[in-house]
Design a protein around this ligand. Structure first.
Ligand SMILES: Cc1cc2nc3c(=O)[nH]c(=O)nc-3n(C[C@H](O)[C@H](O)[C@H](O)COP(=O)(O)O)c2cc1C
Length: 203
């Protein structure tokens, strides 16, 4: 299928396809333009509709904005991620809450024993991480829908970030995502993607 045939097959407008996918890039530098609370809230209002198993919604976000908090975060980032994290107007620490089951009476009300069942489930932490990762994918698309660029990273000392920002809670760090308007030289070279035939097997 050619690109233009792909574009015409989809329900989303071509401009939206470009904004969310084809022209969306991973940003490595940012301008100083702030990302406001209302923008972050608008992004979450889209992202919250992401599907998760049993509607568990384990995603939790720590919004890092102040220079002091940013400095504490940068200290735990891998060398190659320090400068970009220092330059972003907003950085999100994306975490998975293994105590998601406490919300199940509200979020999965048609199964009244869900909370107790999950409380006893030894796979809860893995389930939280997996489903928060799905929500992370939606978060990246949500940031793009706001006309902003995302810079997701997993290069950091996860234990250090956890200790510094999450205390003794039952949350694991899934990723750290810089958010803002792309600055000068924001992009690395665009790398090729696998083709349909390399990915999809018909049986
Ligand atoms: C989960 C995840 C973790 C990543 N970790 C890092 C990282 O630690 N440092 C970094 O410079 N880029 C990181 N990246 C950026 C990827 O290399 C980049 O998104 C990918 O090469 C696609 O780039 P493009 O969007 O410009 O095509 C990460 C991306 C994702 C989705």
């Amino acid at each position: 299928m050619t690109t233009s045939a792909t574009e015409e097959t989809l329900a989303l407008s071509q401009a939206a396809q470009d904004l969310l996918f084809r022209e969306a890039r991973t940003a490595n530098t940012f301008t100083a333009e702030p990302v406001g609370d209302e923008q972050l809230r608008a992004i979450y209002e889209l992202v919250k509709w992401a599907p998760t198993a049993m509607n568990i919604q384990p995603l939790r976000l720590v919004a890092v904005r102040s220079p002091e908090a940013r400095e504490r975060l940068v200290a735990h980032m891998a060398e190659g991620n320090k400068a970009k994290t220092a330059s972003a107007p907003l950085t999100l620490i994306v975490t998975a809450d293994a105590d998601f089951h406490e919300h199940l009476p509200t979020t999965f009300p048609h199964k009244p024993d869900a909370r107790e069942q999950m409380a006893a489930n030894p796979g809860r932490e893995r389930m939280a991480f997996f489903n928060a990762t799905i929500q992370l994918g939606y978060l990246i698309v949500g940031i793009r829908a706001a006309g902003l660029a995302a810079g997701p990273m997993v290069g950091y000392d996860a234990e250090g970030v956890k200790k510094e920002f999450l205390g003794d809670g039952n949350q694991q760090v899934v990723a750290v995502v810089n958010v803002g308007r792309p600055g000068p030289d924001a992009w690395f070279a665009r790398n090729p993607r696998l083709e349909y035939e390399q990915v999809v097997t018909e049986i």
